[in-house]
Design a protein around this ligand. Sequence first.
Ligand SMILES: *Cc1c(COP(=O)(O)O)cnc(C)c1O
Length: 389
Amino acid sequence: MANLLRQQDAMGYRYPFLDLSKVNNMYIGRIKEAAERVICSGRYVGGHEVEAMERALAVACGVPDAYVVGVSSGLDALRLALRSYMHLGRLAPGDEVIVPANTYIATVLAVTDCGLVPVMVEPDVLTMNIDTSLIEGAVTPRTRAVMPVHLYGRVVWDGMLMDTVRRHNLLVIEDNAQAIGATAPVAGFNGSHISGTLGHAGAFSFYPTKNVGAMGEAGAVLTFDTQLAETLRAMRNYGQSRQYHNELQGYNCRLDPLQAAIVALKLPELEFENSSRRAIAGVYDCMIDNPYVSKPIYDGTGISVWHQYVVRVKDRDRFRDYMAGNGVETAVHYPVPPHKQACYPDMNILEFPVAENIARECVSLPVSRCTTLSDAEDISMIINKYRHG
Ligand SMILES: *Cc1c(COP(=O)(O)O)cnc(C)c1O
C-alpha cells in the first residue's frame, strides 16, 4: 500500500527527486551542437572528442598535468584500474582490498570481478563514510589496496588513512563516482586537495544521475602514474598498444565521442553545479529542525558536493509516505548493503551494524539543480511538521 501510493504519485510530485530532462535542458543548445558535430565527424568511438574530455576533466580537478583515461562507465573505471595494477604486478588474485561496508555495490563488484577479496570496514556513524580509524585494524599480510568511496559527495581523506597506507605500502584507488570536485581537508599523495586526485588512481562516473552526467554511460580514471595510464589505455581497447598488436588481455571499455562531448561541455560548469547543490544543502541545514530527522553532520571533513543529501529517520517508510503525501519525492541510497546482497551469499553472514543501521534509516532529499532554494525551504517546512507515530 505504501509503495503503491508512492508509485501512483511518481509522475505528479510537486517536488520531484531528480528530473534529468530538466537538468539537461539547461545545456540543450550546446548538447545539440555537440551531437551534430559528432554525427558529422564520422568518428563514433574514441578520437579527439574523448581526448578533449580527458583534458577537461584534469583541468576541472585542478590537476592539468594528470593523466585521464576515458572509459565506458564508473564500474569499468574501477575494474580497469584494478586490472591494470594486476597487469603491472602490483596486485594479484586473492589479494585483499579494503572497501567501505556502506557503499553502492559497484565498488565491491569491481573488486570481486578481478578475483580480489573485498574486506569491509564499518562507516563512521556521523559521516557515513568509511571510518578511517578502523582501516589499520583491517589490514592483514594480504592487504594490498584501499578503495575509499567519497559517498554522497563528501570526501573521506585524513592523516590516519594516509599513515595506514604508507605504513603498509598500499595502493589507494578512490571511488569518486559521487564526489567530482569535492575538497579534502588535507592534501593527498599528489599535493592536491580535490577528490579523485588524492590517491594513486581515481575513478569517475558520468552516469546520467551523477553531478556531471552524460546521456548514456561514461566514466574515467585519473592518475599521475605514466605506466598505469598507458596500461589503462591498452586495457580499455582490447589490450592493444597499436592496432592489431595485443600486449595484454584487455576489454572493450571505450568511451564514445557523443558522451565525451556532453561531459566535456558540462565540466567547465562543475563549480556552478556543485555550488547550487551546496546552497540547497545549506537551506536544509539551516531550516530542518525536527528531533525525528537527523541531518548530515559537517565538521571539518572538507567541502562536500552533495551528490545526495541524506537524512536519517527511524520509521523510514512512514516518513517517506508522509513526504510523498506532501508532494515530495525521496529516494534511498541504499536499502541493502553489499554484504547482504543475494549475489554475495558467502558474505551474508557478516555483520556491520553501523552500515546496516544506515541502510535501514537513510532517506535522500531532492538536491539537484532542478530543486530551487524555495523548494528546499518548502521541503524543510514539510519535514518540520512531521511527527513520529
Ligand atoms: C555510480 C557509482 C558507481 C558506478 O558508476 P557507473 O558509471 O554507474 O558504472 C560506482 N561507485 C559509486 C559509489 C557510484 O555511486
